[in-house]
Design a binder for this molecule. Structure first.
Ligand code: OAD
Length: 256
């Protein structure tokens, strides 16, 4: 409780805040995390078999169907109190950026606007040849052809071995370097380059606040605050301790 108040006080004074989220924030919406030993998606499937460009080349139908199944599962889920708290935090901080590794689109559904989706969004699809986003498509049993060039469509997510979208990562890096407070929420911090962002922020003088149900493997030290608990409980508690007015900003105008 004391640490939550300390964080609220720190955030009340901050003008520039960046937040990194991972699969943990969506756990309370019913979406399994990647590395959860019992329910994680990777426990049942080998990611190398499914989430790589090579897998899609080898077996496009299998990969397309796996994503179609995940897409329909995600479509049935709704944002939780953690997502809503971050959307609210955005409204109260003048310069704010939410950086998410999640592909479920739940931050957007909660109302977050100043946001980059580093690993893409499972709700969208794109051409596997030139990456052009395709808004609507038919058929969920095999990858439909791109309406422009006929190449198979694929999910608009970053696969293992692929580069992150350059502009999105540049924006995230800039926010990490400039922010006064960096919140790392529900991520195991194992996948680069997103995993480096909290330490970059910390090195540049930001207070680093880690919100996680488990602090195993998370860094410790001066300028790092651990808030152990579920994001859906901890984030609303932080927000409740904030003494900031609603900045009533128009979407996506913050400089971070
Ligand atoms: P992980 O599954 O690696 O980690 C989830 C983290 O959330 C763990 O540290 C849990 O302790 C924590 N957690 C679980 N429930 C929580 C809750 N209710 N509140 C707060 N924390 C909770 O997921 P990510 O770190 O997001 O990449 O994984 C990063 C990337 O690795 C993913 O984006 C994906 C994956 O491979 C790609 O698909 C490219």
């Amino acid at each position: 409780m004391e640490a939550t108040l300390e964080v609220g006080a720190r955030l009340s004074k901050a003008r520039r805040v960046a937040v990194l989220t991972g699969a943990g924030i969506s756990a309370e919406s019913g979406i399994p995390t990647f590395r959860d030993a019992l329910t994680g998606l990777w426990a049942t499937y080998d990611p190398e078999e499914l989430a790589t460009p090579q897998a899609f080349e080898r077996n496009p139908v299998l990969v397309w169907n796996w994503y179609a199944e995940r897409r329909s599962r995600v479509a049935a889920c709704v944002p939780n109190a953690g997502h809503h708290a971050l959307a609210e935090l955005e409204r109260r901080i003048p310069e704010f950026l939410l950086i998410t590794q999640n592909v479920d689109g739940l931050h957007g559904a909660a109302g977050s606007r100043r946001m980059v989706e580093l690993h893409g969004n499972i709700r969208r699809v794109k051409c596997s040849r030139d990456g052009r986003i395709v808004e609507s498509w038919d058929g969920d049993l095999r990858p439909p052809p791109c309406p422009h060039c006929g190449a198979p469509l694929r999910p608009d997510v970053v696969w293992f071995g692929e580069m992150l979208p350059e502009a999105a990562f540049a924006r995230a890096l800039d926010a990490a370097r400039r922010c006064e407070v960096f919140l790392s929420v529900g991520t195991s911090n194992l996948v680069e380059p997103a995993a480096s962002l909290p330490w970059i922020a910390h090195r540049h003088g930001a207070t680093l606040i880690i919100v996680n149900t488990s602090m195993e493997g998370q860094r410790n030290g001066p300028g790092i605050v651990h808030l152990t608990g579920a994001a859906g409980t901890v984030l609303p508690a932080i927000l409740a301790g904030l003494a900031l007015p609603d900045c009533a900003r128009s979407p996506d105008t913050g400089r971070l």
